[in-house]
Design a protein around this ligand. Structure first.
Ligand code: HEM
Length: 505
């Protein structure tokens, strides 16, 4: 009598074990190295979520397992790669099969109708939005935006002028305010004046800081969503989330990302109403509004709100973080700073303050910024792709649904790609040599590379030129002021301490 149930339980246990074994031997069967699994539910994510730095962990595994290895997000295979041929195939040559990023939980909740250029995962959706937004970031547009950025930098310098020479300051905090003013002014023509709001009353600034401090993707439902690749099951998570919201339905309790989208919506609707009565303003939003109202009706209004949100997010934390790292390096390399100052004196004056001077004449500045961004890539987790069709990549059979993540640190610190000078050394001149175009991945790779790169570089360079022109930046020598780096959505310093000394004219 007892035999049958025992046999049944045995068979069930055997079948479950077999399914788990079969799944997790996925890479083994393909002779691809893979770190040991620490959780049969989360795969390697449990380890990656517990370490301080996701990207450092990938780099450590690359040292152990080589330039192509496999990990699991739940039971979903993810290839971590730093092999240049593999990267070229996935990000450039076979882009048609790898056009999508991993679907984020927030975009599953918002759905395709509220997708933006960053989250769109259907080829026609992404292509159309990217085509509309591309001209917004053209060289010609940047030229016209430079004076607006310059005005925000005036306020930034005014703030610095209130600080007594030699005082140790956390300049990162001031950069965040600057980049917020810049993006709001250039994208939406809103004068947020966050730089003058030292009491932190600006609600947009608060919400954006909240968004970067609390990663929505790491909420419990977000984590479950991440390990479930099956679309139907993943939809259940978003339904559960919506139910949860329904029962706590005050707007104030919305997570920061949804709060921002809601409020962008109100703001843009106001802009559309004012369109006929007001002088045309030349900003990113105007271009998108034109697209909504064009005969082709190229951008739906919900896509417009969503894209406005993504520009705000993408343009704020990344650029201020880059400026923070640049300042840190300037302060500790006085010789490099002196060389930059010389170059600025030679080519730049407030009268010749043009896009061309900033972007083409200041060669050493260009090398300097690139070297900073080589050593400190900021948003590496964004550089992932999802395989949309079974294919062969340099001899590896990649199945539909698998994910690819570049291990940017291993590429940026690859001696063969970046030598002969030691890759750990800060050496701007290494960028004077022609390198493999995919060796520099700070802005991603291929057709889906960063849309705002030109804008970010213009803002960073203009700010540095004006800062170095007025101040010598000195390190905050005490150990307690050292730069600690943390990794969340972006890899960023906690604080960047520096001392400023006004240059004598
Ligand atoms: C130093 C500053 C910045 C860094 C390091 C950075 C980095 C990145 C990276 C790594 C990606 C993913 C690329 C890929 O998957 O291949 C990306 C995408 C993107 N970035 Fe940036 N970014 C910066 C500034 C900006 C700015 C200022 C904007 C806009 C105002 C912007 C808008 C975007 C958008 C819209 C995408 C999605 C593009 C697409 O999927 O087609 N970024 N960025």
């Amino acid at each position: 009598m007892m035999f049958l149930p025992i046999l049944l339980i045995g068979i069930i246990i055997f079948l479950i074990s077999y399914v788990i074994y079969h799944r997790y031997s996925y890479f083994f069967r393909r002779s691809i190295p893979s770190p040991a699994i620490t959780s049969i539910i989360f795969g390697h994510l449990s380890e990656l979520w517990s370490v301080q730095s996701y990207s450092e962990q990938l780099r450590q595994w690359t040292l152990q397992y080589g330039s192509i290895y496999g990990t699991f997000e739940g039971t979903r295979p993810l290839y971590v790669v730093s092999d240049m041929k593999f990267i070229e195939e996935v990000y450039v040559k076979q882009f048609a099969r790898f056009y999508a990023r991993r679907t984020a939980f927030s975009s599953r909740i918002l759905g395709n109708t509220r997708s933006n250029v960053f989250t769109a995962n259907l080829p026609q959706l992404w292509k159309r939005q990217r085509m509309i937004l591309n001209p917004t970031f053209s060289g010609a547009k940047m030229r016209r935006l430079l004076p607006t950025v310059d005005i925000c930098i005036n306020t930034f310098l005014e703030r610095l002028s209130m600080i007594t020479d030699g005082t140790i300051i956390n300049i990162y905090e001031i950069y965040k305010r600057l980049t917020m003013d810049v993006i709001c002014q250039c994208a939406f023509s809103i004068d947020t004046k966050v730089q003058n709001d030292m009491n932190n009353n600006n609600i947009y600034m608060k919400k954006i800081e909240e968004l970067f401090a609390k990663d929505f993707e790491r909420t419990n439902l977000g984590k479950i969503h991440r390990i479930i690749s099956n679309t139907r099951l993943a939809r259940i998570c978003s339904l559960l989330y919506q139910l949860k919201q329904f029962f706590h339905c005050q707007t104030s309790s919305l997570p920061a990302n949804f709060w921002l989208i809601e409020n962008m919506q109100k703001f843009i609707q106001q802009r559309v109403i004012e369109l006929d009565h007001k002088k045309r303003v030349d900003d990113f939003i105007q271009l998108m509004i034109d697209a909504v109202h064009s005969e082709k009706g190229q951008l739906s209004s919900s896509e417009l709100f969503s894209n406005a949100f993504v520009l705000l997010i993408a343009g704020f934390e990344t650029t201020s973080t880059a400026l923070g790292y640049c300042t840190y390096r300037l302060a500790i390399h006085q010789d490099i700073q002196a060389k930059l100052y010389e170059e600025i004196l030679e080519h730049w004056s407030s009268e010749t303050n043009s896009y061309d001077v900033i972007m083409t004449k200041l060669t050493y500045l260009d090398y300097f910024v690139k070297e900073v961004l080589r050593m400190y890539p900021i948003a590496i987790q964004a550089i992932n792709r999802q395989c949309m069709e079974d294919t062969d990549v340099v001899g590896y059979q990649i199945e539909k649904g698998s994910l690819i993540q570049v291990d940017v640190f291993s590429v940026h610190f690859n001696q063969e790609l970046w030598g002969p000078e030691a890759v750990e050394e800060f050496h701007p001149e290494r960028h004077s040599q022609k390198r493999n175009p995919l060796a520099f991945l700070t802005f991603g790779a291929g057709p889906r590379t960063c849309l705002g790169m030109r804008f970010a570089l213009m803002e960073i360079k203009l700010c540095l030129v004006r800062l170095i022109n007025e101040y010598q930046l000195l390190p905050a020598s005490d150990e307690k002021y050292k730069m600690n780096i943390r990794e969340h959505i972006v890899i960023q310093p906690e604080k960047v301490f520096v001392r400023l000394e006004k240059r004598s004219t």
